[in-house]
Design a protein around this ligand. Structure first.
Ligand SMILES: CC(C)(COP(=O)(O)OP(=O)(O)OC[C@H]1O[C@@H](n2cnc3c(N)ncnc32)[C@H](O)[C@@H]1OP(=O)(O)O)[C@@H](O)C(=O)NCCC(=O)NCCS
Length: 397
């Protein structure tokens, strides 16, 4: 999946079967991405280099850059450190001394190590990506060794990462099956070989789907009518770019449940505790990285409590693109079409306030039948798959 850090962290792009060594880079140096004074400042070169590599890799995998990192997200993830510490590095092959500035075009690879400071504090999320023109020259290995050292130094015992493939391969000897029984990735792809060679195991496959906007009324109207009828005890709130203070505590409960209730297969994930301040900080982070958002939440009217929600983020520099973030209905409120109700409310709000939006991207565990059924009914179509990899680190000797 494209590595866009949101309320949950996403990461990675990959490609199938490229094979031959390409341009051998010169002597390699690995530099840390720093928060620049602004995006035109000389030290912003590594931010822009990270974006260029992300776009080059995505273009190869998906044929578009909808999911690529933008400069605001790169800076935002490095800068915001209340709930996770994120270290980004770049590999440069310009022959200059360590610490020298470089041109963004000279960045041949990038890495990210993201360390949760709450919840799964034993985990390091790692992503390594190499520009397609500089593969099979050891750049990925150098970035991986560096990232692994960071994860170990931070005392993490589990490394998780992911990589994307389009399309999902057919069943057969060339496909690696998820242990959940749902989803496949290509066995011979560069990313698969790279991570398996480092001891990772495949734990889960996520389906990436896209929904074309606007959704035709003849599809949406019956879905809205049926969900509204079944959810008679509920009222939908829609919040754009701001959430009223009085709902933050309840939204925090829903976000906390998100960390335990979404299927995670064999991935070691602990409950991630949220409170009102964390919701506030996270929404501010979305704003600071140059995105708007829409939240639709279902209130159970008799008790005044939130039963479910769905959120999307809207990158201002890509008005036609929408990223689906978290969607959850509390267990005790399931079976009343609330998932459909809140998702339809988001689509309605996009039609009203974001008419330029043309596609929503979403990711769901392939075994998450209920969520996938809602998305398929709305019109989401499969676009690619993400492998979720995991590596348990041996304790230091
Ligand atoms: C995976 C990736 C990072 C590898 O980068 P790289 O610079 O080409 O990696 P290296 O040159 O260090 O290769 C290391 C080893 O990985 C394996 N490997 C990498 N690409 C391979 C390919 N196309 N075919 C077979 N094996 C491959 C080989 O064992 C290779 O060692 P070798 O060249 O000595 O045979 C790169 O393909 C990439 O950016 N993919 C997209 C992003 C992604 O999915 N990242 C992985 C998830 S975190």
């Amino acid at each position: 999946m494209s590595e866009r850090v949101s309320t949950t962290t996403r990461g990675g792009q990959a490609t199938t079967g490229l094979g031959e060594p390409t341009t051998a880079p010169g002597p390699l140096r690995i530099e840390t991405v720093v928060v620049p004074a602004d995006l035109d400042a000389p030290e912003a070169w590594a931010v822009h280099g990270t974006v260029l590599v992300s776009e080059a890799v995505d273009t190869q995998v998906y044929g578009h850059t909808d999911l690529s990192l933008d400069a605001g997200t790169v800076v935002g993830t490095v800068a915001s450190g209340d709930y996770r510490r994120t270290v980004r590095r770049v590999a440069v092959a310009d022959g200059a001394a360590p610490g020298s500035p470089a041109r963004p075009e000279d960045v041949v690879g990038r890495s990210m190590v993201s360390l949760p400071l709450e919840g799964s504090t034993h985990v390091a999320l790692v992503h390594v990506a190499v520009h397609p023109e500089h593969r099979r020259c050891g750049v990925g290995t150098a970035l991986w060794d560096d990232a692994l050292a960071l994860a170990r130094d931070a005392g993490r015992s589990v490394v998780q990462g992911d990589s994307s493939f389009a399309p999902e391969p057919s069943p057969g000897p060339d496909a690696l099956e998820a242990p959940t029984g749902s989803g496949r990735v290509p066995r011979d792809a560069a990313a698969t070989r790279f991570v398996l060679g480092r001891g990772f195991t495949l734990e889960q496959v996520q389906r990436h789907s896209t929904l074309g906007l606007p959704v035709p009324a003849e599809r949406l109207d019956p879905l809205r009518a049926a969900a509204t009828e079944r959810a008679a005890d509920y009222r939908v709130h829609v919040w754009t770019d701001d959430v009223p203070e009085e709902w933050l505590d309840q939204l925090a409960v829903l976000e906390t449940r998100m960390s335990t209730d979404a299927p995670s297969a064999g991935l070691e994930i602990e409950e991630d505790p949220w409170d009102a301040q964390r919701v506030r900080t996270t929404l501010q982070d979305v704003h600071d990285r140059g995105q708007g958002f829409v939240v639709a939440a279902a209130e159970h009217v008799p008790t005044g409590s939130l039963a479910g929600f769905s959120m999307v983020s809207l990158p201002h520099d890509k008005p036609e693109v929408v990223y689906q973030e978290d969607t959850l209905v509390l267990r005790e409120h399931r079976g009343r079409s609330l998932g459909m109700l809140v998702k339809v409310a988001v689509v309605d709000e996009l039609a009203r306030s974001r008419p330029a939006a043309r596609r929503v991207h979403t990711w769901n565990a392939q075994e998450n039948a209920h969520m996938l059924a809602i998305n398929v009914a709305l019109g989401f179509a499969p676009a690619s798959v993400d492998a979720e990899w995991q590596l348990r680190l041996d304790p230091p000797a």
